[in-house]
Design a binder for this molecule. Structure first.
Ligand code: SF4
Ligand code: SF4
Ligand code: SF4
Length: 305
């Protein structure tokens, strides 16, 4: 008797082939649903609704892209707007949940746990083992604004790990100083102050990021300073899904993939070496995949070919 895995589907396509074809959307949905269940157990059902909603959005849009690759970038931007919009506008501006880095330390001083720590653990310490820095290209609201405002300008100031860590330590020190010497924006009683902080912090990141990009090249804040990137890029090497050359022989070394990369990664070089994109700044935006007319690149867990 045939196992279920090889039984034909209604369309005649073997179920194993179907599972393989949709492995990324299914894995994405499963991960977000699992995270939702865990956070529901720890906090409340609204978190399950949030994560299951993100997982469903990813599932549907990724299936659409597999069947029509031209939708890849429009669908990614749609996800970015939906997820980033929910996190910033609904949870941030309406409910006063601050997801920015320093809030973790405000909360620490106030003895509470909020979305800031949950976001750090999920988006920066769990998801990176599967999808690297994908949060940056599919959920970060500041990243969505950078996509519109940050342009390549021929500059490419290289990342210096010491600079990124120095900025992270400075942020921690500022957060402790603010909470200690001024009013701590944590806690229900300080919701208005926290909302003002959310607005100010995001304006600082978007405005500062724009200036930095003019001086140091595309997505400079993300590449050089963002504390979330500093943490998640440590785990990038363990990520299961990475940008992978799947038909290196088809490559003409035209360079369109490298030219499309907002993080200034030399994708063409990875293809030449028949290896995955190993640069820990990759945000899995798949612009390189979309730019390649010879279908050389794919997000995959398999070896480069
Ligand atoms: S690096 Fe930071 S600011 Fe940039 S997209 Fe990622 S989380 Fe957002
Ligand atoms: S865009 Fe495609 S063909 Fe051109 S260098 Fe990149 S992988 Fe090769
Ligand atoms: S290597 Fe590709 S997926 Fe990674 S950041 Fe560059 S364009 Fe995006």
């Amino acid at each position: 008797m045939k196992s279920n895995l090889t039984a034909p589907t209604n369309s005649g396509e073997p179920a194993a082939g179907w599972l393989k074809k949709y492995s990324v959307p299914i894995a994405t949905y499963a991960i977000f649903t699992l995270i939702g269940l865990i956070v529901w157990a720890i906090r409340d059902i609204r978190y399950f609704a949030l994560f299951n909603g993100i997982g469903t959005t990813e599932l549907v849009t990724r299936i659409l892209v597999i069947n029509n690759p031209r939708l890849r970038q429009p669908m990614r931007r749609l996800v970015q707007i939906i997820v980033g919009g929910i996190l910033l506008i609904m949870l941030g501006f309406v409910f006063g949940v601050n997801f920015q880095f320093e809030q973790i330390f405000f909360d620490f001083q106030a003895g509470v746990v909020t979305g800031a720590l949950i976001q750090l653990i999920i988006a920066r310490l769990i998801i990176p083992f599967v999808f690297g820095n994908a949060f940056c290209s599919r959920a970060c609201w500041d990243g969505a604004i950078f996509e519109i405002t940050n342009r390549k300008n021929g500059r490419n100031f290289k990342r210096k790990p010491w600079l990124a860590w120095a900025y992270l330590i400075l942020l921690v020190a500022v957060a402790f100083a603010v909470a200690h010497y001024f009013t701590n924006p944590a806690g229900d009683e300080n919701e208005l102050l926290r909302k003002k902080w959310i607005v100010g912090q995001n304006l600082f990141i978007v405005g500062g990021g724009y200036l930095l990009t003019m001086l140091c090249g595309s997505r400079a804040y993300c590449r050089l300073l963002c504390p979330f990137m500093t943490i998640s890029s440590l785990l990038y090497r363990f990520s299961i899904f990475k940008i992978t050359p799947v038909k290196s022989d088809n490559c003409t070394q035209c360079g369109a993939c490298s030219k499309a990369c907002p993080m200034l990664i030399d994708v063409k070089e990875s293809v030449r070496n028949v290896e995955k994109v190993k640069n820990s700044q990759c945000i899995l935006c798949e612009r390189c995949v979309s730019a390649c007319k010879r279908n050389v690149l794919k997000v995959s867990a398999k070896k480069a070919i």
